[in-house]
Design a protein around this ligand. Structure first.
Ligand code: SF4
Length: 181
């Protein structure tokens, strides 16, 4: 993708109030089986989300998928909450913004546009927990973690901060990705 095309997409992102991002070569995204194991053993919501493991491809298939793209925008969203319960409303709001951007990029001619949400899909409560029964199949997207991405290693490689949080009141660093081609 040439610089003019990149600048056009960057303007679209900024119009959706997404200002902190870097272009990434998707081949450089780091995946790991350990990420899938953390979802399987340790996540209290394993099996409850239609876009999370086990309702996703294998880690090897996910890695192959990233290799099919030449470019993507890696988003950074930092946020701190006095009341940690407020984070869910923010997750919905940022997910909507990136979904709107994906739609705009797709409609502008990038037919392979594919989004990874910065927070798990929360369009329904409760989630149907199954891809086949998903209530909003046009809008449901996975997170990077769900696709086996080592977000810690990938974000650090991109020069972004990320660390293990001990408390929900600490500033969180969340990351999303829009593959563009
Ligand atoms: S759209 Fe609804 S049913 Fe589908 S994955 Fe998201 S929360 Fe679950």
């Amino acid at each position: 993708m040439n610089r003019t095309a990149q600048q056009r997409i960057e303007k679209m992102a900024q119009a959706h109030n997404l200002k902190d991002f870097k272009w990434i070569r998707p081949q450089s995204i780091i995946t790991g089986e350990w990420v899938r194991m953390k979802c399987t053993y340790g996540c209290p919501r394993y099996g409850e989300k239609g876009c999370c493991p086990p309702e996703v491809p294998s880690v090897a298939e996910c890695a192959d998928f990233f290799r099919e793209y030449q470019s993507g925008i890696f988003f950074h969203l930092a946020k701190r909450f006095k009341d940690p319960e407020m984070r869910f409303r923010w997750y919905r709001e940022v997910n909507k913004r990136v979904l709107d951007l994906e739609k705009e990029v797709f409609l502008s001619g990038y037919h392979k546009a594919f989004l990874f949400l910065p927070a798990p899909c929360m369009l329904c409560d409760p989630c149907q927990a199954s891809k086949r029964e998903c209530r909003h199949p046009y809008l449901s997207r996975p997170t990077l973690e769900a696709f086996g991405v080592d977000v810690y290693a990938t974000a650090r490689k991109m020069g972004y901060p990320i660390q293990v949080l001990k408390d929900y009141r600490e500033e969180m660093n969340r990351f999303g990705l829009l593959l563009v081609e």
